[in-house]
Structures are given as C-alpha cells and as structure tokens.
Design a protein around this ligand. Structure first.
Ligand SMILES: Cc1ncc(COP(=O)(O)O)c(C=O)c1O
Ligand SMILES: N[C@@H](CCOP(=O)(O)O)C(=O)O
Length: 463
C-alpha cells in the first residue's frame, strides 16, 4: 500500500512513512494510491465482532508491510483498552429511524480518542524500532489537543506542542491540555483563532530547515492515520443496522472535514452509505461551498460549538482531490488561491462530483441551543453542542428510507455552560476527571508569530 500527495509533487510513501511525515513536502495531504475494496460478504462478517476485531479487518489493507499482523493486533488492543464503554462506539436510538453514534467514551471524551489512542501506539512502536525522536506540533480548537496530549504524554521519543486559540476553547478542554504534568507536553495559548494555529503548524512543515532540525510530525487530521482510524466506526455502526444489506446515511458535525472524509473512504471501500451530510455551525464555509460552489473564507466567529470554529478546512483538500479526478495540479492551484486570495471557485464538474456524495446544512447558535433543549425534553438525552448541530441538520433531511446515523462527537460535560444554558442542568464530568478544576495549570502564551513559536519549540524540546 502506497500513499500519494493531493498536490502530486511529493515522494510516494509507505503507511508508516506517511504517518510519521504528516504533511507532504509539497504542502499536500497523503491519501492511499488506491482505496481497497471490502466485499459485501466481508462487510457482513463484521457483525458480532468486537470493535477491536472489526478495526483490524477494516484497517489492515491500508497498513501494508509497515506493521505485522501481531503488532497491529496488539496496538489496536492497547488503543481501545481505556475506553469507558464495552462497545467503544455504541449506537443509541434518538428518534424514528434516527440514531446517535456515541464517540465520546474515550479518555478525553471526544471522537478524537479513536484515532489518537491508536496513533499514539503506532508512533511508539515505530519509534522504538528505529530509536528516532520526533517533535509533534498540533493545532487544536479544543479536542484534538487534549486527545493528543493524553495519547503522547510521558512517551520517551516524543515532544508534544499544542497550539490552541487563547480564550476560544471551553474551560474543560483547556484544563485537559494544561493540567498534565509530564515534561514532554507543552500547551501553547496563541493569540488568534484556530485557523491561525493551523496555519502556523503548516508553515512549520513548509519550513524545511526547521522541520528537519526538530523531526517534525503531525497528529492533526492532515495525518492520514488519523482519518484511517475513524473509518472503522462507520463500518461498525452501519453493520449493526443491517449493512451491507441495508444502506444507511450519516450526518457528521464538521469543521476540518477529517471525520466526514473517513465516511467517504468507508463508502469507497464498499459500505452502502447513501448520503454523507455535512453539518456546520455558523462558521458555514463548507455549507456555502456545497450550495454555491465558492469556497470563500469570511473569518471565524466564536460559537457555542467551538471545536468547529474553522474556516480553512484542512481535509476538504482530500475531498477536492477526489472530486477533481485526482488532479494534483488543479488542487495545488486552488490551495494557492485560498492562501493568496482567501478563496476559490470549485469547477462545475468537481462540484457535481462532491454533490453525488455530500449534502450540507448549517445550524445557527439559537438552533443549536434549541436542539439541545428539545433532545433533552423529548428523550432525556443530553447532547453536546457539536452533536446538536448534527442533529439539527439531520432533522432537515428527507424522512424515511435509509436510517440516519448522527455522529455524537463529544461528551456534553466538555461544554457544561452551553448545555446548562439550554437545558437548565449542568452535565457532570465522569468521576475519574472530577478533580479537573482543582489541578494546577501549565501553559505558555504565544503571539501569532512563526519565528517566535519555532524558537520556543527548539528551546523547549528535549535535545
Ligand atoms: C466535538 C467535535 N465535533 C466535530 C468536530 C469536527 O470534526 P472534523 O474537524 O473532523 O470535521 C470536531 C473537531 O474536529 C470536534 O472536536
Ligand atoms: N476540532 C478540532 C480541530 C482540529 O482538527 P483535526 O481533526 O484536524 O485535528 C479540534 O478539536 O482540535
């Protein structure tokens, strides 16, 4: 299995190389050269398996020779052992023909744990083998950062630096990043928004001298391994509702497009997904792009679903690559226009290709609050604001037909203020985190300045 860049100019790599490389050297994102198909019989064979066994079968073809079967099995077992639910990703019914896929039973209470716990183990195995050391630099709007810190804290061969937008993550998210005491973990509060954090991370990857000097690695969903791990729960949930004999639909609260792109990969592998519905908050660039064909940034407006306060949606590049028939030059041109002019027009052919797979919708702040309130009143279930964006948009899709699965991407206790404002009830943190508010914090404020951030990383990382 080989991986190619969405911009067509970077070296072709193995799974392990692509994972450790993160962003391709031409600025693009790695994708598999071909997407392996899963026969209907093999999909049906996932029924009744543990999450771990299903994960092995779904991901194995993408790994190639990078890890042996025994290594990969052991890695998967360790990755999901700390989850607080035996099913790992349980499916619960929300309404008639509408299900919630609960992805928040991992250690940091968001869907990011599914991939981050796995790649923590993959990195550790690969780095122990070579004795190499890497510097992971990540950007977060709240959940990636806490999941990365949890997965990599205390590891010998890794330093982790996480940039988050100061004042724009929830208090629980911030504390999850600033309270771990391990010396290899560094939380950096940047004066700016998430797009600034993500842009500085990409700048560091494009600064080859810095990149090579520190052994830069990525754990944002620019890293293919992140996307791959998220493909698994599309299979497990669809199979539990009757796939491959019955088609399903998914609604995905979307920001950086990594989670929904994992759904696209599942569909390409043969899972009968009738529709992938993009649900955005008021930062609705993806919805506007799908509706009108213009991908145009407008600046980020803070919302009560802060993890989706994103305008430059990284993985949309992977979707464009497919929509343009894998034309790396066309993608590179559009990404250049995004950088220089703040937007680009999607060609009619690519737009039609996108619309064959994706539908989109948005939820305003008031609609998000109303959805949290209504779900609580009707079913007693408390949902987080990101999940509420998904539930609202799912509710606008045609009724009947294939069952709708909305991804419940975070635990409501990560966003207690928004949930309490909507329902009148403050969701408690799980017992194991009950002292989060008493733990002392360690954080460094940084300006939105590439050289200053690079200098800080060079100084703080273990030599
Ligand atoms: C809770 C939550 N929901 C949804 C999203 C959006 O996911 P993606 O960026 O993969 O589109 C994020 C952030 O990524 C998140 O943290
Ligand atoms: N919502 C994310 C933003 C980063 O997304 P990623 O999937 O590319 O890591 C977050 O919570 O940090």
């Amino acid at each position: 299995m080989r991986y190619v860049s969405t911009r067509g100019q970077a070296p072709v790599l193995s799974f392990e190389e692509a994972m450790l490389t993160g962003l391709a050297r031409d600025g693009g994102l790695y994708v598999p050269e071909t997407v392996p198909a899963m026969a209907p019989g093999d999909i049906a064979g996932l029924a009744g398996l543990s999450y771990e066994d299903a994960a092995f079968r779904v991901m194995r073809p993408f790994i190639g020779e990078s890890f042996t079967d025994a290594e990969f099995e052991a890695i998967i077992a360790r990755a999901y052992a700390g989850f607080g639910h035996a099913a790992r990703a349980p499916l619960v019914q929300l309404g008639s023909n509408h299900f919630l896929l609960e992805l928040f039973h991992g250690p940091t209470l968001a869907f990011k744990d599914f991939a981050m716990q796995l790649i923590g183990q993959l990195f550790q195995t690969a780095l122990e083998r070579t004795g190499n050391r890497v510097t992971i630099v990540g950007a977060t709007s709240g959940d990636t950062g806490s999941a990365a810190i949890e997965a990599f804290r205390g590891l010998d061969n890794v330093d982790v630096f996480i940039l988050f937008p100061e004042g724009r993550v929830s208090e629980v998210q911030r504390r999850q990043m600033t309270t771990p005491g391990e010396a290899n973990v560094h939380a950096l509060a940047l004066k700016g928004d998430f797009d600034d954090c993500q842009a500085r991370v990409k700048d560091m990857f494009n600064d080859f001298a810095f990149r090579d000097a520190v052994g830069l690695s990525a754990v944002n969903s620019i890293n293919w391994a992140r996307v791959l791990a998220q493909v698994v729960y599309y299979f497990t949930s669809a199979v539990s509702l009757g796939a491959p004999h019955r088609a399903v639909r998914f609604t995905v609260p979307t920001g950086n497009f990594g989670d929904i792109f994992a759904g696209y990969i599942a569909r390409r592998m043969g899972l009968p997904i009738e529709r992938l519905v993009i649900a955005t908050n008021q930062n609705d660039i993806l919805h506007r792009a799908l509706a009108g064909g213009a991908y145009q940034t407008q600046g980020v407006t803070p919302s009560i679903s802060p993890s989706m306060d994103i305008q430059v949606s990284s993985n949309f590049e992977r979707a464009l690559f497919e929509a343009y028939g894998r034309d790396g030059a066309a993608v590179a041109q559009q990404m250049q226009a995004l950088k220089e002019e703040g937007g680009f027009a999607i060609s009619q052919g690519a737009l039609e290709a996108l619309r064959e797979t994706y539908t989109s919708g948005r939820a305003s702040e008031e609609e998000t609050r109303a959805t949290i309130r209504a779900a609580h009143a009707a079913t007693g279930q408390t949902i987080c604001p990101h999940t509420a964006v998904g539930v609202k948009v799912a509710g606008e899709q045609p009724l009947g037909g294939a069952p709708m699965i909305t991804l419940a991407t975070a635990h409501p206790a990560k966003f207690p203020d928004a949930v309490e404002a909507a329902t009148g009830t403050r969701p408690p943190l799980p017992i194991r985190m009950a002292d989060l508010y008493e733990r002392s914090e360690r954080v460094t404020a940084v300006e939105n300045d590439l050289s200053a951030i690079e200098a800080l990383i060079k100084e703080r990382r273990a030599a």
